[in-house]
Structure formats: C-alpha cells, structure tokens
Design a protein. Structure first.
Length: 218
C-alpha cells in the first residue's frame, strides 16, 4: 500500500506540474529553464526512469538483515534502572518490564515499557525502533504517559562494540527549551542488553541521566 501511495503521489505531482507549465506560458518555461541551469550540479536529480524508480522504492521499503537482527530481541525483558535528575543528584533505582514485538513484517520493533514508580503511580512508555534503508541509520521514537511530546533519535551501528549510538533532542518541561540527548544501546549477549542515556541542558555539560540493564525473561 505504501508503494502504491508513493506512485500515486508522483503521478499527481507530474500532472500538477504539467498544468502549471501550460498556464504560465513560454516566458515561465524560459525562466524555469534558467533557474534549473543555475541550480548547479550539486542537487540530486530525481529518478525519472520507471525501472530505477521502482527498484529504489523496493530497496527503501523491504526489511533486511539489520531488521532481522532487531527482531531477535522480541520477547519480555526485565529492566533494572538507575536515574539521575541532575549531575549532582542522588541516583534513583527501580525495576520494570519491556515487551518487544516486531510489526509490519519486521520493519519496526515496538517496545512497551512499564514500571511502578510508587504505589499507585505507574509509568508506561512505547518505543519504536527501526532501521531506515534510505538513511542507512537506526531510527527511534519514544512516547510515555508522563509527557505529551515525542522524542526522536537516530544514529549508526558500531559493529565492533555491538552498540547503536543514537542522538536527538527532547524538550525541558521547566524551560521549554531543547535538550540534546545521546543514547548508547549495547548488546552484551543474546540475553543481556545495556542502555545509557546522556543529556546536555542549555549552558550546561553533558551528564548521564539514565542507565538500564535488560535481562531476557522469555
């Protein structure tokens, strides 16, 4: 369905462009030609060959080896967490559970996280992890029941250390300003994973604000 939608959009854009050319006349055409010539050779040309376009769309949409690697982590994981609200704060510890499953034929892994922060106070979050074939990068989103924003991160895989290094931004609810975030996610072995999160507030230095060790439960 996604592939058909892309084809429809490309066809629609082509039709609109043709109508625009017809209505603006030769002067517009001459101007557009001059603008395209002056754009320079640095711009990436749009694929026009149907076979090449279809091949590019297929390569962008199909899950591969990296997606299969992510899918191996499907299941239930127990989490031991440590939090630091500020660089000099005392750490807070708690435990939780992450349930992972892949969706849409291994294209993404959805992780549902849950922990009880205090009696009657449950924290829940949902992470979506994928590998973007076009960017050649891991992509990740996070939402939870104690915020209304969406955190987005992306990054590369370090095969030597079996680690994904992600970076992105979050919003500080106290100031409304962006906070630079960095995360490392390492596969220790088939049944153990380790995550570290670092934050850099405006005008401050980077500090580790979260650490989680995951153990496979089933």
């Amino acid at each position: 369905m996604k592939r058909l939608t892309n084809i429809f959009c490309i066809a629609l854009l082509g039709t609109l462009a043709a109508c625009n050319d017809a209505s603006t006349g030769s002067e517009s055409t001459k101007s557009d030609t001059t603008a395209n010539t002056s754009a320079g050779a640095d711009e990436t040309p749009m694929l026009k060959d149907t076979a090449a376009l279809n091949q590019a769309m297929y390569a962008a949409s199909m899950p591969g080896e990296v997606h299969n690697m992510i899918a191996k982590d499907n299941g239930v994981w127990e989490a031991e967490m440590t939090f630091w609200q500020t660089p000099d704060a005392q750490p807070m510890k708690m435990t939780g559970t992450a349930t992972n499953k892949t969706i849409w034929d291994n294209r993404y892994q959805q992780s549902n996280f849950r922990c009880e922060m205090a009696p009657g106070m449950v924290f829940e979050g949902v992470s979506t992890l994928g590998y973007d074939n076009v960017k050649k990068a891991f992509v990740n989103t996070w939402i939870d029941n104690m915020a209304t924003g969406i955190m987005y991160m992306e990054g590369k895989y370090d095969s030597a250390n079996k680690t994904v290094n992600l970076a992105g931004k979050s919003t500080d609810y106290r100031t409304g300003k962006d906070v630079s975030m960095r995360q490392t996610f390492r596969w220790v072995d088939d049944n153990t994973q380790h995550l570290e999160m670092y934050a850099t507030y405006p005008g401050g230095k980077e500090f580790k604000n979260m650490e989680i060790t995951y153990k496979r439960k089933k």
